[in-house]
Each structure stands twice: as C-alpha cells, then as structure tokens.
Design a protein. Structure first.
Length: 331
C-alpha cells in the first residue's frame, strides 16, 4: 500500500527490491532518517469454502509455495458459498491492506465493489479458481478450463449412457464463473454431438448435498429413463451419490462429477460415481502465490493461466500420474 511518508515509501521499495533480487520476503533497507527497518511481504488467500478439500488442497500448496519463497501467507475462507459470508472477509482484508490478495470470489458481480476498493488501496489481487466479470479486477486469473471440463464430462457420460436416454445437470447456483462454464461446455457438447440424449432442465442445489439428493430422487420419479447425471462440483456429487444409493439406482444411472475429493473417490471405487473430472487446485495455489509476488515486485505477470485437468476412472485411479490429482483433506 502507499506509505504515508517518504520513510515508509523507501522501506516498502527496498523490501520489494529485495524480493526481486533474493526471492525473500524481507529487506534490511534504512530510511532516509537513518533508522534501520524492514518490510515483510504479506499475502492473504481467501477461498470459496474453507472446509472443501478442493480449497484445502489449494491452500496447502499456496502455503508451501509461500514458505519456499520466504513470504508470509495467511488463509481464510467462507463457511459456505455465500456472498453475505465472504464479503465481510474481503472487507476485513481491505482494512489490513496486505501486499497481495489471492481470492476465489463466490459471485461474478456482487463482490466487485469490495475487490475494487482493495485493489485501489494498493493490494495486488489475483483471482484463483473463480473470477468476477469486471476485467479490471485482478492482475492475474488462474483457473481450470471449465468449459473444456464440461465437454469432457459430456463425452464420458454420453459413452457410458450408450448415447441414449435423459441426462440431468445439477449444479451450485447461477452466477458462479466456474460452474456456469462447466454447464456451458457440457450442454454444447451434448447438443452438438449427442442429439439422441435428452437434456433435462438444469437444477441448482445451493451447494447443499441433501438438496441434490432430493432433486435427484424427484427426477428419477418423473423421468424413469434417466440415464446420466452431471454433478457440477464436490458437494453436488456427494448428494447425487446419496440420492442414487437411497433409490437403489447406483450403477444403473451413470454419473460424471467434477472434482476428486476423498468421498468422491470412495464413490468412484464403489461404482456410485463413474468418472471424475479432476482439477489441479495445488497448481492454482502455487501459481497464485507466484503471480502475486511478481506483481508486488513490479515484475511481468501472466494475465490468464489455465491449469491441468484429468479424467479419473476406476481403471486409472491407481496410476500415480492420475492419482496425484486426488484432493486432500488436510496439509
């Protein structure tokens, strides 16, 4: 953030120069008044839902990268996927003015005013996983190619369904950049290349597994030919698996799900889920720290970064090059 005196400005400048030269967070530059001083670079990561293994995996990797780079990073996150919960966290970050903020905004528009204020105060903002629609927010945006992931899910599900029957998408809520893109990719692939499959209206569960389970059971009752479900995220996949088990239809209804958290992997092994489209949250966290530090140091920053995705099945789960994408529940 801008200093309130020439002394503070010199201290901050020296700290940034030290980061560039040595890759560390501190600098021992004196002020113009002759006093010694040092400024530590501070980063903050605000995740979408702090208890979600996807975000835990991201946070673990970000913390490891920050430690490697010699900077201080603290992590916070919403208790649930809700603007009203995340906005006070963002406003608190703005009051503390860290050098860099990595954030997974839970809405494409509602948090823009708060993030703009944080950015205007001098904090370098990096959007990780999710994003906002305003292109002026964020020096870098790092996420999976979610449209491609949706297409991957559609292709896998269509093959499992034998290219016939009805298919259902259950997702979190409208207005989330990542899941909206997944639905778009899934729908476009199905409509363009699998016309014999009937797409039912998209349902939204507000990120609540119990809601997804009840929605699935109601759909099964209304559409006995339901042959496939695309679950847009971790919690939805959990709900879909529960709903299929309660209805006694696991295995009969094929499921493609986003993410690869431990419960989903267990459901994959048991045959309740058939394919997991895994992201690379660790890669997102690592890149987020690197891009934030580059921005703080005045170095070139990559505006858009796409990270790896992989389709995990029961057949390839034990492959180390695939299994490494399974998410973690703790660091």
């Amino acid at each position: 953030m801008p200093g309130t005196s020439r002394s503070r400005t010199l201290v901050r400048c020296c700290a940034v120069l030290a980061l560039v030269a040595a890759g560390t967070a501190t600098a021992g530059c004196g002020s113009d008044g002759g006093g010694g001083g040092a400024k530590s670079v501070t980063l903050k990561l605000v995740t979408g839902v702090k208890s979600d293994p996807f975000y835990i995996t991201m946070a673990c990797a970000a913390q490891a990268e920050a430690e490697k780079r010699g900077v201080k990073l603290t992590v916070d996150g919403s208790a649930q996927w809700d603007v009203a919960v995340q906005r006070p966290i963002v406003d608190a970050v703005g009051a503390n003015r860290p050098d860099g903020l990595l954030i997974s905004p839970v809405d494409t528009a509602a948090l823009t005013p708060s993030l703009t204020q944080v950015q205007s105060a001098g904090t370098k903002v990096v959007l990780v996983d999710t994003a906002v629609s305003d292109a002026s927010v964020g020096v870098s945006r790092i996420s999976s190619d979610n449209e491609a992931g949706g297409r991957t899910a559609a292709k896998a599900l269509a093959e499992l369904m034998g290219d016939r029957g009805s298919a259902l998408v259950i997702s979190v809520k409208p207005g989330v950049s990542t899941t909206d893109a997944r639905i778009k990719g899934f729908t476009e692939e199905m409509q363009a290349n699998h016309p014999a499959i009937t797409l039912l209206p998209v349902l939204y569960d507000n990120d609540l597994p119990a809601t997804a389970a009840s929605q699935l059971q109601a759909t099964l009752a209304a559409h006995p030919d339901l042959g496939g479900v695309f679950a847009g995220n971790t919690n939805t996949a959990q709900g879909v698996a529960t709903g299929l088990q309660a209805a006694g239809r696991q295995g009969a209804v094929k499921v493609a799900a986003f993410d690869a958290e431990p419960d989903e992997v267990a459901a994959l092994k048991s045959g309740t889920l058939d394919v997991l489209v895994a992201q690379d949250p660790a890669g997102i966290g690592t890149q987020g720290v690197d891009q934030a530090l580059a921005a703080v140091a005045g170095q070139p920053v990559t505006a858009q970064i796409g990270t790896t995705m992989v389709a995990i099945t029961k057949a390839n789960l034990d492959d180390p090059e695939v299994g490494k994408y399974v998410y973690r529940e703790a660091c």
